[in-house]
Design a protein around this ligand. Structure first.
Ligand code: FCB
Length: 453
């Protein structure tokens, strides 16, 4: 048996806009994702997230199902435009009440809530006022975060400020494949800074009022390797590692942006957006770092203008497929790279406990004629990644939990409902939840706190 440490946290993760539906219930106003998903051509089949899993109305059933899977934790996010529909000013009690009901239902079923304050659904009114490229948004986020924390802190111990600010900044403002769909490299770098500043302001304020709260952030760091040993490819890997990983980790841990990355970005944007003690503010003490991992990248110096739009300021870089098996997203499956990532992070950024806050696989799951969904490939994926996690722990990494993305199939951003990541099958026409074979497998692993050898 491969046993995990005592008190290892087992959970699943979701995000508000991907599951809740009920987009205009009880005073909620539009987020950037409502606007984006209603813009023709942005989402597969032009399918918006208006209904998704109807979790807003079915949370009690979902909480019972989560409890039946022996999960210690449910990581979910709060929709800012539900709790503070105008992005500033008073809290909407009806919006906050939804999360109180959800949390109470979780606790009744023996599941601890783990709250993410921002998983990408910025109030549209704040985007209209400049969005994340505008400094004021950092202060708006901190106000919202503190008010939401105050409203829910009596029932929640673990708080994540932001989910994957890399995606918010670079997919949202450089590649434009995520809301708000902007393609402006300079804006994306300012967005990085204001997201991190918002995190720092919020984390400091929460800590000051409640020292017992556990406050952290979730990033999506990626292992980056050069395609060859050539100087050009190694420098390409340095640039992408800088943009994807160090640009976030260095200020969070050490209160300083990496000088080589700022140099790389000098032609994109001047650094006047970094003011006063911002970098110190960003380096608020972290109680944990959340890591979302799906696949690694191998990069090389490319030919002219092959660079991906997310690789802002990196010159001509391209990623190279390794010929590994891929998920239904086309993402390469590489569990050993998760081990490598965890060991590297804990070596270069020691002292803060780590959690894998997302890991999982999209597959073309089918509801069988007998009413079951068999997904042995997902079991193999999770098993392989959990073994990598266990090896990292054995190598000394202080890793305290693992969350599967995701609980039930849901609305996967620009892919709509065409991608299925869940442990539970979602039959959209009926909204029936049908646990897949991987759900039973994961429930068993969580109950035993161990894998078979
Ligand atoms: C992560 C996101 C999550 C989901 C998974 C597949 O980047 O945090 O919402 O989209 O990828």
């Amino acid at each position: 048996m491969i046993e995990f440490p005592d008190n290892f946290a087992w959970g699943v993760a979701t995000a508000s806009y991907q599951v809740e539906g009920a987009v205009d219930a009880d005073g909620r106003r539009p987020s950037i994702w409502d606007t984006f998903s209603h813009t023709p051509g942005k989402i597969v089949a032009d399918e918006p997230g208006d209904i998704a899993n109807d979790h807003y109305h079915r949370y009690a059933e979902d909480a019972r199902l989560l409890g039946s899977l022996n999960l210690g934790y449910y990581r979910f996010s709060v929709a800012w435009p539900r709790v503070q529909p105008d992005g500033r000013g008073p809290i909407n009690p009806a919006g906050l009440d939804f999360y109180k009901r959800l949390i109470d239902a979780l606790l009744e079923n023996g599941v601890q809530p783990w709250v993410t304050l921002y998983h990408w659904d910025l109030p549209q009114v704040l985007e209209d006022a400049g969005g994340w490229p505008a400094r004021d948004t950092a202060y708006r986020f901190a106000d919202y975060a503190v008010a939401t924390f105050e409203g829910l802190q009596d029932r929640v111990r673990h708080w994540t400020t932001l989910n994957e600010p890399w995606c918010s900044a670079f997919l949202g403002y450089a590649a434009g494949t995520h809301a708000p769909g902007v393609t402006d490299p300079a804006a994306s770098i300012r967005a990085v800074h204001h997201l991190l500043l918002g995190h720092g302001l919020a984390a400091r304020a929460i800590r000051a009022s409640h020292p017992d709260a556990e406050v952290g952030i979730t990033l999506n760091p990626q292992p980056i390797q050069p395609a060859t040993d050539s100087d050009a490819d190694r420098d390409a890997a340095r640039r992408i590692d800088g943009l994807r990983n160090r640009l976030f980790l260095d200020p969070l841990y050490y209160g300083k942006y990496p000088a080589d990355v700022l140099d790389d970005l000098a032609g994109v944007v001047d650094d006047s957006y970094i003011q006063g003690d911002d970098e110190k503010t960003i380096a608020a003490p972290l109680d944990f770092l959340g890591i979302n991992y799906y696949s690694p990248a191998v990069v090389r110096q490319g030919a002219d203008s092959v660079s991906d739009a997310v690789y802002v300021g990196s010159g001509d870089v391209e990623s190279v497929a390794q010929g590994l098996p891929v998920s239904d997203m086309g993402w390469e499956i590489a569990p050993d790279s998760l081990h490598e990532l965890l060991v590297r992070l804990y070596r270069d950024y020691p002292g803060v406990p780590l959690y894998v806050t997302e890991n999982g696989i999209a597959l073309q799951d089918r509801l069988g004629a007998d009413g079951t969904v068999e997904d042995p490939e997902r079991i193999a994926y999770l098993d392989g990644h959990l073994r990598a996690v266990h090896r990292a722990i054995a190598d000394g990494v202080d890793l305290r939990g693992y969350f599967v993305w995701t609980f039930a199939d849901n609305w996967e951003w620009s892919f709509g409902t065409s991608k299925r990541f869940g442990l539970v099958y979602l039959d959209y026409p009926t909204q029936r939840r049908i646990p897949k074979s991987s759900a039973r497998w994961f429930a068993d692993v969580a109950r035993r706190n161990a894998l078979d050898t």
